[in-house]
Unconditional design. Structure first.
Length: 334
């Protein structure tokens, strides 16, 4: 049986829709960064990223058209202004590409996991391979430039050990045991993600045209900062280093390179994606203070994304994903 002739399922259509929306958003940012980057080695990696997505975008459009679904609008040249003044330094652009490549790796894996048709599985395999290449390239270049931030180092013990007390879960009032390597995975990852969200919120607040949108960015920057401080304190209490911030990698430009629609969507995307990572951190935590921190962060992010949703709908900027058929309405038409 040629399973390429199978109709795409709702999950498969949903992943294609998400890949298109998030991909076109990132592509616009990458095109702007390519236009301002001066370092030739960084410029080359952005050229590769743009060419890679152009190939992927063409295939996604083919999937939609073959199935008879409308191609999403997403983001395009109308969302790119290429302002006269640069908004980011070269090194921030490289860090941005690295973080968004991590998003791509995780997103492609999820898309592959819900895909059945062979052509779609092959497509996501290809996307995953492209993302792996980009992941290695960004790390190698960040290491070369002395800018890659490694996670804390541990020193080996002589033998494996077992948990011997219920106090292993204690975390409040300074009585908590030291962080485990498993817990640090999520803490470090979430710190880096929040630092990126904070930096972009600062940059976007400088250039947004709408007063309401500017306020949202200012509020989201404060939210990200509080979450950074709460996770950083947990690390510092164990005398562990935290990733450095990127505020100084944002210039003082007020010349917007992007539409308010794109910038608002981008911050919403980061907060929504963060919920997955905070949830993973919560699931892997065995210290009560960590559990409370993640729970508080998830609840706060729900408030932020609710405000984001209101603003996007109010401005008619939020594109609607494909919906399940309304059987009741169809029945009324008879």
């Amino acid at each position: 049986m040629n399973n390429n002739k199978l109709r795409l399922t709702s999950s498969e259509i949903g992943t294609l829709w998400g890949e298109y929306m998030n991909g076109t958003m990132t592509d616009v940012v990458n095109r702007y960064m390519l236009s301002i980057v001066e370092d030739e080695s960084i410029k080359k990696i952005f050229e590769d990223a743009i060419n890679t997505f152009a190939k992927q975008k063409k295939q996604i459009v083919t999937f939609f058209e073959t199935e008879g679904f409308p191609v999403p609008i997403g983001f395009n040249e109308t969302d790119l202004f290429k302002g006269k003044q640069r908004l980011f330094t070269d090194i921030f652009c490289l860090h941005y590409l690295h973080i968004m490549t991590l998003h791509g790796l995780l997103g492609h894996s999820t898309s592959l996991a819900v895909s059945v048709r062979k052509d779609l599985r092959n497509f996501y395999d290809s996307c995953d391979n492209d993302a792996k290449v980009m992941y290695h390239q960004t790390i190698e270049l960040l290491l070369e430039k002395g800018s890659f931030q490694r996670d804390p180092l541990f020193y080996p013990t002589e033998n494996p050990e077992f948990i011997s007390s219920q106090k292993f879960t204690d975390g409040f009032f300074g009585k908590g045991r030291r962080l485990t390597a498993i817990e640090i995975i999520s803490i470090s990852f979430n710190l880096k993600k929040n630092i990126m969200a904070k930096t972009l919120s600062i940059a976007f607040s400088q250039v947004a045209q709408s007063k309401e949108v500017r306020k949202f960015f200012t509020d989201s920057e404060k939210t990200a900062d509080k979450q950074i401080m709460s996770l950083a304190k947990i690390m510092q209490d164990d005398n562990l280093p935290v990733p450095k911030s990127f505020e100084t990698e944002v210039t003082t430009s007020t010349d917007s390179p992007f539409s308010d629609k794109l910038m608002l969507y981008h911050i919403g995307f980061l907060y929504q994606a963060a919920q997955n990572y905070h949830g993973a951190g919560l699931a892997s935590s065995m210290r009560t203070d960590l559990i409370a921190t993640y729970e508080g962060t998830i609840l706060k992010n729900l408030t932020v994304t609710n405000e984001w949703f209101k603003l996007m709908v109010q401005n008619k900027w939020l594109e609607q994903p494909p919906l399940a058929p309304n059987r009741k309405e169809i029945a009324k038409e008879k």
